[in-house]
Ligand binder design. Structure first.
Ligand code: GRG
Length: 328
């Protein structure tokens, strides 16, 4: 941010309007206030792990194993990219991360549900996830499905009941998340994936991957900015779209080149299942070039964001680097 003297700063909202975000004196004040409590990515990881550990799945007597199964899947050592993204976006807009924690956790619950479902024998039939046996291998398909349902219900409750803020804001957050997960988002994308939809070209492939993977990443960014400022921003949306595509290209590359020890799952499943990915459609070299391009797009959007927001953008940059260079 630096010491800009401009009186007002603007970001283009996704409604096309150019809205005044904050005056710089306010931004400076927020920056100072936030300075002391500004968190790094590893601080955020610690905070989110602790909050996820406190999520409860109240189960009737006799159904304790259901809660145990939901917790096994949830607390299995994921990277927590999605909740950290909610937190880092809010922090960039000057809001302390504890104010967004319930929504951040809710999104991780939804993501965990999607991994459970994706791992089922009727879907990708994975034996390992996050370095451990998948939920259905340990508890059976029936309990895995029910634990996934429990995660979804609890996620919605966290946003509607536990997330601080006006009811209107909580409804808006939930709408954002439901849109990202439904038939126009993850479920639709997963349908295309399991029915072996054949994308016609790179744009078509990225459209499909945006549904399956990118839509939830976009929802994270939007929830972060909604919680901070009650609105969404074009520059943040562009960052999220590039990051979502980058995440999936890197996933495609790791499926081909990754080590099981690092990945926590068995690589090569895309090729074995005959799936069309950046690697199987265009080859490893082109996939790597595309990842580089998308990483650069992320950084370009963050440059734009950095010149207008009061809080630190460093954690978002580190997040883009981490997604680009990740080995798991
Ligand atoms: C959520 C209602 C609802 C339905 C889910 C099964 C399904 C519908 C969608 C599948 C989506 C899916 C598995 C997309 C792949 C996304 C992806 C690359 C996941 C891996 O995420 P990481 O690497 O995993 O962040 P960790 O373990 O770190 O959390």
């Amino acid at each position: 941010m630096g010491e800009s003297t401009a009186a007002n700063v603007t970001l283009n909202g996704n409604n096309g309007a150019v809205a005044t975000v904050r005056s710089i004196p306010t931004a400076d004040r927020l920056q100072r206030e936030l300075g002391a409590s500004s968190l790094s990515l590893s601080d955020m990881l610690e905070e989110v792990e602790s909050a996820l550990g406190k999520v409860e799945f109240p189960a009737p007597s006799g159904a304790e194993r259901l809660a145990e199964a939901a917790r096994y899947a949830l607390l299995g050592g994921g990277k927590r990219v999605r909740p950290i993204l909610v937190m880092a976006c809010a922090q960039a807009l000057g809001v302390p991360v504890d104010r967004v924690m319930q929504t951040a956790c809710a999104i991780e619950l939804i993501h965990t549900n999607s991994l459970i479902v994706d791992d089922l024998p009727a879907m990708d039939n994975h034996a390992k996830r996050r370095g451990r046996p998948t939920l259905h291998r340990l508890y059976g398909d029936d309990i895995a499905i029910l634990a996934g349902c429990a995660l979804l219900s609890e996620a919605q409750r966290l946003i509607l009941e536990d997330q601080p803020g006006a009811a209107e804001l909580r409804n808006r957050l939930l709408r954002e998340v439901l849109e990202a997960t439904g038939t126009a988002g993850m479920v639709g994308g997963q349908f295309l994936d399991v029915t072996k939809y054949r994308p016609s070209d790179r744009d078509d492939l990225e459209r499909m991957q945006m549904l399956k993977t990118g839509s939830l990443i976009l929802a994270c960014v939007r929830c972060g900015t909604l919680l901070a400022d009650n609105r969404t921003y074009r520059a943040f949306d562009r960052f999220a779209e590039s990051l979502g595509s980058l995440f999936q290209v890197v996933d495609d590359i790791l499926d081909e080149t990754g080590k099981a020890r690092w990945l926590g799952k068995i690589p090569g499943s895309d090729r074995r299942a005959g799936k069309l990915t950046h690697v199987t459609m265009f080859g490893l070299r082109t996939a790597r070039e595309r990842a580089k391009e998308l990483h650069e797009d992320c950084l370009a959007s963050l440059e734009e964001i950095a010149s207008t927001v009061p809080g630190p953008v460093g954690p978002l940059r580190e997040m883009a680097d981490m997604v680009y260079r990740r080995e798991k």
